[in-house]
Design a protein around this ligand. Sequence first.
Ligand SMILES: NC(=O)c1ccc[n+]([C@@H]2O[C@H](COP(=O)([O-])OP(=O)(O)OC[C@H]3O[C@@H](n4cnc5c(N)ncnc54)[C@H](OP(=O)(O)O)[C@@H]3O)[C@@H](O)[C@H]2O)c1
Length: 251
Amino acid sequence: MSIEQPLAGTTCVVTGGSRGIGAAIARDLAGAGADVAVNYKSSLESAESTVEDIQHRGQSAIPVQANIAKRDEVFRMADEIRDEYGAIDVLVNNAGITHDQRFDRMTEAAWENVLEVNLTGAFHCTQAFTEDLIGSDQGRLINISSIVGERGNYGQANYAATKAGLIGFTKSVAKEFGRYGTTANCVAPGFTMTDMLKQVDEDIREKICEKITLGRFAEVEDIAPVVTFLASPGSGYITGEVISVNGGMSL
Ligand SMILES: NC(=O)c1ccc[n+]([C@@H]2O[C@H](COP(=O)([O-])OP(=O)(O)OC[C@H]3O[C@@H](n4cnc5c(N)ncnc54)[C@H](OP(=O)(O)O)[C@@H]3O)[C@@H](O)[C@H]2O)c1
C-alpha cells in the first residue's frame, strides 16, 4: 500500500455508480488504486462511460447491472463481480431514489418504491456481500444516507425514513461486524448537484441554498473523497459513525 494508492489490491462495489454521486465515488476509489464494480439499474451508457473514464486512466472497473430492489438480481450481480475480481473488500450502498409528496397526499406506491430501493436494496446488497466484507483484511461497508435522514424535510417523509433507517442499520451492523475488524459507517451528504437535485423546482432550490453556510450546493467531488477516506486503511478505527458533508447546512 502506498500513500497515493491506499486502496491498491482491494475491490470496491458502488451501487448506483452510473451517475451523480456514485459515479464520482467510483472514479475516486479507482484513483486510490481499487478495482471497482460499477452497478447500475438502467443507464448502461452512463455506467459504461464511468467505467471507460476509469479505464482510460489505467485503472480497473466493470459495469454490472442489477435492480437492487430485486434480491435475485443482487445475488446474480454479486456472483458476476466475484467471477471477475474474487471476493470484494468494500461495499458502497449509494443507489437511491426520491418520490417526493406531501405526507397527507403520499401514495402507498411512493412510500413502497422508495423503501424498496433505498433501504431494502441496501439490505439485499449487504447480505450478498457480508461474507466477503467480514472475510476481508480491509472490510468496509459505507452507506450513503442524507442530511434529510438526519433532520427530516418537507415532502420527503418516505425518503427521510429510508435515510434515517440506513443510519440505524449501519450502527447495528457495525456492532455485528466489529469482531471481524470490518467497519460500517454512513456518509450523509447535503444537497448535491446531480440529476436528483435537478428534479427540485428552481425557486425551492434557491430557498434551500440560502440555508447553506458555504453558500453553494455540494459538487459530487465534495462527497466522493470522504467515502474513499472511509474505505482506506487510515480510517480503520472509525465505525458506527455518520459523517455529515453538507456545507454547514441548517435544514
Ligand atoms: N443529490 C443529493 O442532493 C443527495 C443528497 C444526499 C444524499 N443523496 C444520496 O446519494 C445517493 C446518490 O444520489 P444522486 O444524487 O447521485 O442520484 P442520481 O443522480 O439520481 O443517481 C442515482 C443512481 O442510483 C441508481 N439507481 C436508482 N435506482 C436503482 C436501483 N433500483 N437499482 C440500482 N441502481 C439504482 C441509478 O442508476 P441508473 O443510472 O441505472 O438509473 C443512478 O446510478 C442516493 O442514495 C441519494 O439518496 C443525494
